[in-house]
Design a protein. Structure first.
Length: 251
């Protein structure tokens, strides 16, 4: 993991717990998803405008932009279907003194999210089974399909503070990886909210990886949300940053 949000970074954490119609919450921004599902017969469209990542190792560096998107629709009161796309991408890099630019299309994903009834007003939970299909162009793809099972548990401490813990288990080309994301979410005003998260990841035969992320959300109305977020990887001496703007709609 070299960016705070991969392939979708498709994991668990809990982005905004800002409550909309029928206790619905958008999954942007952040590393994971909320514990709520999209109401039956409605569609959530969550769009990056775009997401940006920057990596630097010595004199080599690369900047990538991609307009990632996620569509969510309710199948039942507690089950939703998700279709995602890492979107069109553009990159500019310098490697061994040679500068280059490239563009292409990213991978697609499909998932099912199930909200679990814990019979508790403050405690909520959801499971997400997802497959990221490596259909993207070279340089903008994970190269091999990724299959994952994730869980998110959130505790509403009070009207202003929500905490959550996310776990993601994934399998890619015979190798396993686990990711954990504790998140703090806070309501600032009626329309403004924010989050802060810590990301831990361990892949088979790879070093431990750590990252920090934070962001803000603005509820334009009950069905439209704007967001902005930034993140930094904490791995070794290499530099790796992410940032992004996004907009989400509930139809």
């Amino acid at each position: 993991m070299t960016t705070l949000k991969t392939l979708g970074f498709v994991v668990l954490a809990g982005a905004s717990m800002q409550v909309f119609a029928a206790d619905f919450a958008f999954d942007r921004p952040g590393t994971g998803f909320s514990t709520s599902t999209t109401p039956v017969g409605q569609l959530a469209w969550e769009q990056g405008l775009p997401s940006v990542s920057y990596q630097q190792s010595g004199d080599d560096h690369a900047t990538t932009l991609n307009a990632d998107m996620l569509l969510r629709t309710g199948l039942t009161d507690s089950l939703e279907l998700q279709l995602g796309w890492q979107g069109p991408s553009w990159s500019k890099s310098k490697l061994d003194g040679v500068k280059s630019e490239d563009d292409g299309l990213g991978d697609i994903s499909i998932g099912l999210k199930k909200a679990i009834d814990l019979d508790d007003e403050r405690l909520s939970m959801a499971l997400l089974a997802e497959a990221v299909i490596a259909t993207g162009n070279q340089g903008f793809s994970n190269e091999e399909d990724i299959y994952s099972l994730s869980s998110a548990v959130a505790y509403q401490y009070n009207d202003l503070i929500n905490t959550s813990i996310t776990m993601r288990y994934e399998w890619q080309d015979g190798d396993w990886a686990v990711q954990a994301v504790p998140t703090l979410e806070y309501q600032v005003t009626d329309k403004w909210s924010g989050f802060s998260e810590f990301v831990y990841r361990k892949a088979e035969s790879q070093d431990y990886e750590y990252a920090l992320g934070t962001g803000v959300m603005y509820a334009l109305n009950d069905r439209v949300q704007l967001d902005a977020s930034v993140g930094v990887d904490l791995n070794g001496t290499d530099r790796s940053y992410t940032s992004g703007l996004g907009v989400s709609f509930l139809f």
